[in-house]
Design a protein around this ligand. Structure first.
Ligand code: NAD
Length: 254
């Protein structure tokens, strides 16, 4: 379905981004993946997906610009841009390390601006484009001790709506997907910090903090998020733009 399309998925060496990359490749899109990790593992993923990898650090505007130039030179485009790279840090605001705040703003929010501003002209020229931002339930509601993440994800939601309006007549759609808790390394890694911050056991954090908010009482899977991303890339989805689509097991309905 996506044969002839070229896609960039940021933060796609793990978790949700990797699942989206696999799903787009399965539909026939040509890919560039991005993100950190073990070089041998990344090479294996690239071979499996027939993808290129670029290790640009999404906290750095100049590295993003270099990656986008490389993408245009080697693949042309992108037609599909998935802004997915993201990090988390859990701490009460008075103890929140300013350098963590800056990193979360840079990777989770500013990188979305940089890739988008560099991708839109090519999409306009083709009169076709899909921009999908991995936001979060935290783009709609808050949880304690996640001030930077919640601020950045609310920013992504607002940015998504704005660019959707600017590109509405250019064959481009711009949406965000807002997952609840998805079982990925990002979630697994925040369990020890939440245990410390709230003086809880691992089981208490999983059941009483993470899944407490999710009425389905199960983690979302990366593949469920990826399936929605693929749908948004289809021509049938051309009227879905500026939307913030929840995949959160009913969390934000409560
Ligand atoms: P993950 O930790 O499994 O993957 C994050 C990816 O981003 C990795 O490929 C990593 O290498 C990459 N990355 C991190 N910092 C980077 C940087 N500076 N430059 C380039 N790449 C970088 O996390 P995930 O859970 O798959 O999260 C992906 C996205 O989904 C994030 O934006 C996250 O905020 C969002 N999200 C996750 C959940 C969840 O429950 N897991 C819920 C809602 C939203």
């Amino acid at each position: 379905l996506l044969e002839g399309k070229v896609a960039l998925v940021t933060g796609s060496t793990s978790g949700i981004g990797l699942a989206i990359a696999k799903a787009l490749a399965a539909e026939g899109a040509k890919l560039m993946i991005n993100g950190f990790g073990d070089p041998a593992e990344i090479e294996r993923e690239c071979a499996d997906l027939g993808a290129l990898h670029d290790g640009a650090d999404m906290s750095k505007a100049d590295e993003i610009e270099r990656m986008m130039r490389r993408f245009a030179d080697e693949l042309g485009g992108p037609d599909i841009l998935i802004n997915n790279a993201g990090i988390q840090h859990v701490s009460p605001v008075q103890d929140f390390p300013p350098e963590k705040w800056d990193a979360i703003m840079a990777i989770n929010l500013s990188a979305v601006f940089h890739t988008t501003r560099l991708a839109v002209p090519g999409m306009k020229a083709k009169n076709w484009g899909r921009i999908i931002n991995t936001a979060s339930a935290h783009s709609l509601i808050a949880s304690p001790d996640k001030s930077a993440y919640v601020a950045a994800k609310h920013g992504v939601a607002g940015f998504t709506k704005t660019v959707a309006l600017e590109t509405a007549q250019d064959g481009i759609t711009v949406n965000c997907i807002s997952p609840g808790y998805v079982w990925t390394p990002l979630v697994e890694k925040q369990i020890p910090d939440t245990m410390a911050a709230r003086n809880l056991t691992r089981e208490q954090v999983m059941n009483d903090v993470l899944l407490a908010a999710q009425p389905t009482k199960r983690f979302v899977t990366p593949e469920e998020v990826a399936a929605l991303a693929v749908f948004l890339c289809r021509d049938e989805a051309r009227s879905i733009t500026g939307a913030n689509l929840s995949v959160d097991g009913g969390w934000t309905a409560a």
